[in-house]
Write a protein that binds this ligand. Structure first.
Ligand SMILES: Cc1cc2nc3c(=O)[nH]c(=O)nc-3n(C[C@H](O)[C@H](O)[C@H](O)COP(=O)(O)O)c2cc1C
Length: 465
């Protein structure tokens, strides 16, 4: 049985050459002019496109065309390409490709991991598999490489690796030789998709890693730069394909309640000093017998979340409001689940920040009760909140413009809005408390709003002490 490793360029890299002897490597963020290289080196480098070749095959090409003095240059260029994450490695046994290791960063130097025949290995709990285009990809937030499977035997091995196995144990799979198992495990270990079982210790993870949940680490690594090759930030990838959402959500109901508008000039003169508000702010979870009033709800919403003005930035409509928002996206909407409020009937309402009014979505019903009970459970107190403010996000306001970071940006906006709510409530002598969990599924059922278009991403309770 013969085993080899094919080197090939990443799919996004192409070689442009013409009769003038110009020879340029291209990708979306790379342009490398290698026109000065010898004919043998150019031939070897051009061979890295498509299927690729082993380093022995590449060396033969250079020797045949240029002679052996150019071999050190070949190895130098291969090393540099690998170092800058341009090269994929495909393991091949008996001329059959099993799997390809694809770097996703211009990362630190790496080496093939050794597999010990008597050691047991199992799949890392951070490893996951998904379809990307026409490929089945395995990746992990621990890794700076992804693995693309080419052969069904690799899928069978992955399946077996949910339990710790030695290489020998994997040869029970039909047509899997020890050599195949060893080569594939080495690739998986290099990509940090494998855990090595230490017979002397029950724990294979450090305490630090043990405290990361799979979804948290994946979200962290994918929504920040450094551990993936996706675009990060404003890319407007849907420009010309999908219309951006308007800055203001269209009115949801004609059954509306106009709200009180406070005199901001007067407040600027008479409000409590900023430091007093900041220092006396605290979470107050228990609401007393006196209900919050329509006037207070109006003042609170006006000071926290009203729309100041709409303006146009290239490609999309934006707005300004009292709290900050990345890209002036203002994707967050406020819904009030009113249990008790002087002047407003219990029910579920949407706050219209443009006209400063409440639009009724539903009167008192079992869904309202379920939302309030859910909030009560989360604040650990014995009484239902007077008002539960449910914050939703019209996701596409952010994901239309931003790539990789859309959801994390939305959660940052929720934090910013929470603090604005806390400070305004404190200034108004109201009882505020943010909540850490909520149920977007229940909210979707209660309001009939499409979960994928606009879901709840935060909750806040408000009332009078
Ligand atoms: C994002 C966030 C989520 C929170 N979630 C809850 C919650 O679910 N239940 C609760 O009773 N308090 C919750 N709180 C309030 C915190 O418990 C509170 O801010 C913290 O104990 C500090 O107390 P202080 O706000 O009175 O200074 C949350 C606060 C924030 C900022």
């Amino acid at each position: 049985m013969s085993q080899s490793i094919l080197l090939s360029f990443q799919a996004n890299i192409s070689v442009h050459q013409d009769l003038e002897a110009s020879f340029i490597l291209h990708s979306s963020n790379l342009k490398l002019d290698l026109s000065h290289l010898s004919a043998g080196l150019k031939k070897a480098i051009a061979t890295l496109q498509g299927e690729g070749a082993t380093d022995e095959e590449l060396a033969n090409l250079v020797t045949q065309i240029d002679g052996s003095p150019n071999l050190p240059q070949l190895y130098y260029y291969l090393q540099q390409f690998i170092r800058y994450g341009l090269i994929c490695h495909t393991i091949r046994v008996d001329r059959e490709s099993l799997a390809t290791l694809v770097p996703i960063t211009t990362s630190s130097p790496w080496e093939w991991a050794e597999i010990e025949p008597d050691k047991k290995y199992k799949l890392s709990r951070f490893a996951y598999c998904h379809r990307e285009g026409r490929q089945m990809i395995w990746e992990s937030p621990l890794s700076q490489m992804i693995v693309s499977l080419k052969d069904w035997r690799c899928t069978a091995i992955m399946h077996q690796l949910v339990q710790a196995k030695t290489c020998n144990a994997l040869t029970k799979i039909p047509n899997v030789s020890k050599q195949i198992a060893q080569a594939f495990l080495s690739l998986l270990k290099t990509a940090q998709l494998l855990e090595e079982i230490d017979n002397n210790s029950a724990e294979s993870e450090t305490d630090t890693l043990a405290q990361w949940e799979f979804h948290d680490l994946l979200f962290h690594s994918r929504s920040r730069s450094g551990r993936h090759s996706h675009t990060v930030g404003k890319s407007y990838r849907f420009l010309g394909k999908i219309k951006p959402l308007p800055a203001i959500k269209p009115q949801v109901s004609s059954n509306v309640i106009s709200l009180y508008k406070p005199d901001l000039e007067k407040l600027k003169q008479e409000d409590l000093p900023f430091t007093l508000i900041l220092e006396s702010r605290k979470s107050l979870r228990v609401h007393g017998d006196r209900p919050i009033s329509q006037r207070e709800v109006g003042e609170f919403l006006y000071r926290v979340a009203r729309l100041r003005k709409v303006f146009f930035r290239p490609y999309m409509e934006c707005s300004t409001r009292p709290y900050p928002s990345g890209g002036a996206s203002y994707e967050l909407e406020l819904y009030l689940a009113i249990n008790i409020c002087k002047g407003i009937f219990p029910g579920i309402y949407h706050y219209c920040p443009q006209n400063h009014l409440l639009e009724q979505i539903s009167p008192q019903n079992d869904y309202l009760k379920a939302l309030l009970i859910n909030a009560q459970k989360n604040n650990g107190e014995d009484c239902l909140p007077q008002v539960l403010i449910i914050i939703t996000a019209r996701f596409a306001r952010v994901s239309w413009a931003y790539e990789s970071i859309a959801y994390s940006l939305i959660l940052k906006h929720v934090g910013v809005l929470y603090q604005t709510m806390y400070l305004v409530a404190t200034a108004m002598n109201l009882a505020p408390c943010a909540l850490g969990t909520g149920n977007p599924n229940l909210f979707a059922t209660a309001t009939g709003i499409d979960y994928y278009a606009e879901s709840s991403v935060g909750e806040f309770i408000l009332g009078k002490q």
